[in-house]
Ligand binder design. Structure first.
Ligand code: ATP
Length: 549
């Protein structure tokens, strides 16, 4: 590995760290679309389709800026909220297509299915209406309580039994949550919460909302289930807006720590994932059942919506409006996608060199990966996707000796390790992050230049979301998919996805038979040999164990 190591390290050291996009957010900047090629025309505005009756002309026509959103009297968006949104995206930015139509639609009170490409600003498209509705609901509750108090001379309780624990006279205690935001992973929930806090940064002191991220670390959740009588009195989770993963939220509901009877806005981010993954279905069901308010809006947001998932969604929503931006289930057209054939996954053969002893391991993908780096085609920061925790650890072990600034994240690492890995990648301290599909959805790290599918994804939605970790907010990106003979089952899906999103796809791949019928549940990832260094180092290190696992 000698020469290769120094070559790689010097190459990576030689790349200067990109500028941060906005002061203080620590995110590196990617190339804006068209910047690398001034001849290239700006991308055409995406097609918007709205299906469902009853929306006002504001939602149908769209709203151009956050300021004009706040100026529309019927929507009742506070000025400070508009200023918060501007703080999130930067001065002078107009709304993206999905924001233009979905924000007024969600505020108007219809159940909503919003489908728009990765990196198109769906987060603000659900945060703005969530805050607007929470503000309205909280104000309504306060007025009701005040009226009751005036007429009866009683304390702050509204008589529904929920507020028995309210400390006398405390205005800080919320009767909410009025808005609940659900994301499939801890990382995405944390990111959404971060953006929510940024959005709330312009809230006047007397109107402050209490926002909360439910996490494992919350002692109330850790104690959940014990001594329930006492817990009811002292530990009820009080907040106006809650962000959570489905398991954490349903645990809190079951333990009586959270009540959703006042919730007016339920947001399901990455809804197709929440509705197609058995491990979430029960939790999501528990959350939806707990939301009993008669004016509840259920709003779902995603970049991919297979028909089966939409059918399920429609069963639990009330006459939803569907807003679709761009081509449904297509990858982001700002990302240049390509495929690299790597021969075999890994092969052990007798060494023929001096002495002819031992075994030499050849990994086609590993060599291809190294070649991409040394040739300068792999522009960091890079996200590398593999199919399992084991593969992530193996690849990390095989590459870390190359002196690259590299890290690994997967569900087997502790919450702290995962948070640190994301933070280091965001700040630019880590250039290459190896990951499972844990980072495939929703993660917004603006500077990501390249996505590598070290292992092919099996279903279209996974491919679309992985590709979408680059090419965000109008910037360009690159996605390289490495494949071997084991991956032939995924090639038709990838090639057709490349074609409809504007990348060149090999004709012969488009003629391959479709596998798995596009159904996530039928897909079983291929069994792969261990990722081995050419001296078998990955395997050896793994046996000894190490702190990264
Ligand atoms: N109106 C806007 N103008 C400019 N940038 C924006 C605007 N709205 C959002 N952004 C930025 O675009 C980036 C991507 O937004 P966001 O993460 O909401 O995308 P998304 O559609 O949710 O993507 P995904 O489907 O991958 O979850 C963010 O960095 C966000 O700050």
């Amino acid at each position: 590995m000698g020469t290769e190591t120094s070559e790689l390290s010097s190459l990576l050291r030689g790349i200067s760290r990109p500028r941060a996009k906005r002061p203080g957010d620590g995110r590196p900047e990617a190339t804006p679309a068209g910047a690398s090629n001034p001849q290239k025309p700006a991308p055409k505005p995406a097609k918007v389709r709205i299906v469902g009756d009853g929306l006002s002309s504001t939602s149908k026509g769209g709203v151009e800026t956050f300021t004009s959103l706040a100026e529309n009297k019927s929507l009742r968006v506070p000025q400070w909220l508009a200023r918060g949104a501007i703080a999130c995206v930067g001065e002078g930015e107009t709304l993206t297509e999905i924001q233009r139509h979905a924000i007024p639609a969600a505020i108007e009170g219809r159940d909503l299915i919003a489908v728009a490409p990765t990196g198109s600003g769906k987060t603000l498209a659900f945060l703005v209406p969530s805050v607007a509705i929470a503000v309205r609901a909280k104000k309504g509750e306060k007025t009701k309580a005040l009226k009751r108090r005036r007429s009866s001379g009683a304390g702050p309780s509204d008589g529904d039994g929920e507020d028995e624990v309210v400390a006398a006279g405390s205005n800080a205690v919320s009767k909410g949550p009025y808005a609940v935001l659900v994301s499939p992973t801890r990382e995405l929930a944390a990111q959404t919460f971060r953006e929510l806090r940024r959005l709330l940064s312009k809230t006047p002191k007397n109107k402050r909302l209490r926002a909360l991220l439910l996490s494992n670390a919350d002692s109330r959740l850790q104690d959940g289930g014990e001594d329930s009588g006492k817990r009811e009195k002292v530990k009820r989770i009080r907040a106006d807006i809650i962000v959570s993963t489905p398991p954490r939220l349903s645990q809190a509901i079951e333990a009586g720590l959270v009540r959703l009877s006042k919730t007016r806005m339920l947001i399901l981010d990455e809804a197709d994932k929440l509705f197609s993954d058995d491990k979430f279905l029960e939790n999501v069901d528990a959350v939806m059942t707990a939301c009993t308010h008669k004016r509840l809006r259920r709003c779902v947001y995603t970049a991919t919506l297979p028909e089966t998932a939409e059918e399920l969604l429609r069963n639990v929503m009330q006459q939803p409006v569907r807003i679709t931006v761009g081509e449904r289930n297509a990858a982001n057209s700002l990302v240049k996608q390509s495929l690299v054939f790597c021969g075999v996954e890994a092969e052990a053969s007798k060494a023929r060199g001096k002495g002819g002893k031992g075994t030499t391991y050849i990994s086609g993908k590993l060599s291809a990966m190294r070649q991409l780096v040394t040739s300068g085609k792999l522009k960091p920061p890079v996200l590398v996707f593999v199919q399992s925790k084991d593969r992530a650890t193996q690849l990390y072990e095989a590459l870390r000796f190359d002196g690259m600034s590299i890290d690994v994240i997967h569900a087997g690492r502790t919450a702290k390790e995962r948070a640190r890995a994301v933070q280091n990648f965001r700040s630019g301290a880590t250039w290459i992050l190896i990951t499972t599909d844990l980072m495939a959805r929703g993660m917004d790290i603006l500077g990501v230049n390249t996505v590598v599918n070290f292992d092919c994804p099996g279903v279209r939605s996974d491919y679309v979301h992985r590709v979408g970790r680059t090419g965000r907010a109008g910037h360009e990106g690159t996605c390289v998919t490495l494949y071997t003979e084991e991956d032939f089952g995924s090639l038709h899906m990838i090639a057709s996805c490349m074609k409809i999103s504007g990348s060149e796809a090999p004709e012969w791949m488009l003629k391959l038979p479709r596998k798995h019928g596009g159904q996530a549940k039928k897909y079983v990832p291929p069994k792969r040999k261990n990722i081995m260094d050419n001296v078998g180092q990955a395997g050896k290190k793994q046996k000894k164990g190490n702190s990264r696992k």
